[in-house]
Design a protein around this ligand. Sequence first.
Ligand code: 6GU
Length: 225
Amino acid sequence: MRIDILTILPQLLESPFSASIMQRAQDKGHLELHIHNIRDYSTNKHKNVDDYQYGGGAGMVMSIEPIAAIIEKLKSERQYDEIIYMTPDGEILEQAHCNALSLSENLMILCGHYKGVDERIREHYITKEISIGSYVLSGGELAAAVLVDGIARLIPGVLNDETSALTDSFQDNLLSPPVYTRPPEFNGWKVPEVLISGDFSKIEQWREEQALKRTRERRPDLLEE
Ligand code: 6GU
């Protein structure tokens, strides 16, 4: 999968993709990330990427020209499955979005800033608008990193058996059961007997019960869907 990210703050996107699973996905050729600095496409002498909003009011708006220039260039080179705009007024990101987007060949992601992007970009180029929750971040970059992480780990071959996405919380609308590792006792705190019993059907049953209990207690909304 190829993902092109359009940003005015490329530095913010370096570290999230340079470790662990995101790095491995790129090293193994499953994920090709291209980060584009919108400022490089500014045509005026001050390299501005924003301007005052029509009608007045506080806050700058991301200008149409440099963003349109990159989008047009990229679209002329390949077909994009989606052109996504990261914005607090988008659809709230869910596992289902990540699952669907992980089947893409090419994605483009525009990171919003200031008061947002000129509406004509949204009308004419953007095919999907995504938010990562009901709070405001200073820019769309961290949200884009969250989205790309959620997608990339689902690309076939990125995760191995041990990190398999099939047993993730949310894949079956259930939270994950508690997990334990050695030692079997620490400070007198014991690992549940059933997990060291060796009885795999009992263990499976215990995990299902715990997942259901945890979901009922913490996220009853998931059980209503
Ligand atoms: Cl995508 N962008 C910004 N600026 N804030 C957010 C967000 C996105 N999602 C939640 N808050």
